[in-house]
Design a protein around this ligand. Structure first.
Ligand SMILES: Nc1ccn([C@@H]2O[C@H](COP(=O)(O)OP(=O)(O)OP(=O)(O)O)[C@@H](O)[C@H]2O)c(=O)n1
Ligand SMILES: Nc1nc2c(ncn2[C@@H]2O[C@H](COP(=O)(O)OP(=O)(O)O)[C@@H](O)[C@H]2O)c(=O)[nH]1
Ligand SMILES: [Mg+2]
Length: 173
């Protein structure tokens, strides 16, 4: 997701908000709340809904005047998060479903873990993150499929070939 988002920002100028990055910034601040978040993320579990939603909302408000549009990465993680987002903020116009095999994701995250410094890029936590993804996050796609806004992107390919599919979906907006 992060890899494609960077390319989307370069080409389309949208404001990229990664819920994971917002949470990691709070952890890095060393605050009391950051310490609680770190413990949850280390276990590969989900941070309480209101915490993440408030962070996204504040970040959106801060950029509302200058933004050409928002690219939200890693959120919603469960159907309930999507419902709350729509109540408090609004409806999305496109959902990019960046798909890869579990085996590919594990391989890429372990490789990323060699340099990312992320305490959740280890085999045990990756497994928990994937389990939770299939259980809680994948149903989000079905939720939005009914609205006809889901565009599936095959991310087994090279980065630029993935981006060609992403661009096509955005250009069709
Ligand atoms: N809406 C969100 C987003 C993130 N997290 C927490 O933050 C961790 C990392 O999330 P994220 O950065 O989105 O992880 P990935 O899916 O691996 O994607 P990325 O590489 O972009 O970090 C999750 O495992 C989870 O503990 C969460 O609880 N709720
Ligand atoms: N081959 C290949 N590797 C990729 C691609 N996208 C990401 N990666 C690698 O996979 C790792 C995780 O990617 P990232 O964008 O951080 O994933 P995220 O967790 O969804 O944000 C990175 O180390 C990338 O180098 C891709 O399209 N093709
Ligand atoms: Mg990322």
């Amino acid at each position: 997701k992060g890899t494609q988002c960077e390319k989307i920002v370069a080409k389309y100028g949208y404001t990229h908000l990664s819920s994971g990055d917002l949470l990691r910034a709070e952890v890095a601040s060393g605050s009391e709340r950051g310490k609680q978040l770190q413990a949850i993320m280390q276990k590969g579990e989900l941070v309480p809904l209101d915490t993440v939603l408030d962070m996204i909302k504040d970040a959106m408000i801060a950029k509302a005047d200058v933004s050409k549009g928002f690219l939200i990465d890693g959120y919603p993680r469960e159907v309930k998060q999507g419902e709350e987002f729509e109540k408090k903020i609004g409806k999305p116009c496109l959902l990019l479903y960046v798909d890869a095999k579990a085996e590919t994701m594990v391989k890429r995250l372990l490789k990323r873990g060699e340099t990312s410094g992320r305490s959740d890029d280890n085999e045990e936590t990756i497994k928990k993150r994937l389990d939770l993804y299939y259980k809680a996050t994948e149903p989000v796609i079905a939720f939005y499929e009914g609205r006809g806004i889901v565009k599936k992107v095959d991310s087994e390919l090279a980065v630029d070939d993935v981006f060609a599919q992403v661009s096509k979906a955005i250009d069709a907006l």
